[in-house]
Design a protein around this ligand. Sequence first.
Ligand code: TYM
Length: 333
Amino acid sequence: MQKKIIFSGIAPSGNIHIGNYLGAIKNWVNLQNEYNSIFCVVDMHAITMPRDPKELRKKTLEVAKIYIASGIDPEKSTLFIQSHVPEHAELMWILNTITKTGELSRMTQFKDKAELSTGDSKALENVPLGIFNYPILMVADILLYDTNLVPVGEDQLQHIEITKTLAKRFNNRFGDTFVVPEVHITKEGMRIMGLDDPTKKMSKSAKSEYNYIALNDSEEIVRKKIKKAVTDSGSEIVYRDDKPALKNLINIYSLLSETPAKEIENKYVGKGYADFKNDLAEVIINFLKPFQERLAKLDDKKVLEILAEGAEKVQPLAKKKLDEVKRKIGFIV
Ligand code: TYM
């Protein structure tokens, strides 16, 4: 039987953090053994906000290296850079024409990024169009490869929903063309919260660096950030919904050390935040250190070759699907 297909990606922007790792990459590493896996560095998504070109180039390569240093095996999975396969942008245009503006303006990410919640009616006029329709680019990414499963964090759920909607809409209008994908989410890792504010997700573009643990943070910085991480009132180490800060820290501890939350609770009975935080910092460092060593050893040239080979491998698949789409809508192919 043919293996099912997974597709996912990370935008090379901001500081890639343990939320990106726990919500996405860690699951990819496990899934790559069972699925035909395609992992993309989505550079076209990164330019929805102004980027320094040099920085974008550097970050794009860095994200690919992060995939590999995390355990994505280029022998098992296909890695490539989104802009190397122009079919993504072409399919996006076609899908634009079957998307309703209301469907996009309801997206939480759009509202957040456009800061519409401030109630400033002028804010909308200054929002780059790419922020508005970038979900359609993501839809194109997914649908081009007959993807069955999309492993992502919770913040991408709405984007997977619109992917399903557009796939079905196209299929209804033009005949069966796209596979309607499903989302893959893990309960604990799907939403790692900010260390400085456990009511909001950990974010690459957070204003304060105390919001996240970046994958390239040094030991010293990790200790400093964990020491400063906000906690809840009280002093016991418990995993409960009414203690969102602790719940988040225990989640990070649990996922990085593969220890059930209950066991962590038991370990800290009678102990306080200081002990717990010291150990949590060590757990994070024990994960980051070997990861950073693997990352440092990766050769840029070799990684660029892997990415070029990946693009070469997927481009014919993308072209085949796009040609099918073009034929169905009446283009002369
Ligand atoms: P991006 O680059 O913002 O995030 C990459 C992945 O990390 C997950 N993530 C989190 N998971 C848990 N806790 C958090 N605090 C956290 N923050 C981020 C995200 O859910 C995501 O899985 N548009 C996408 C990238 C993309 C994509 C795709 C993904 C483009 N095309 C096709 C899947 C399939 C994005 O900007 O993710």
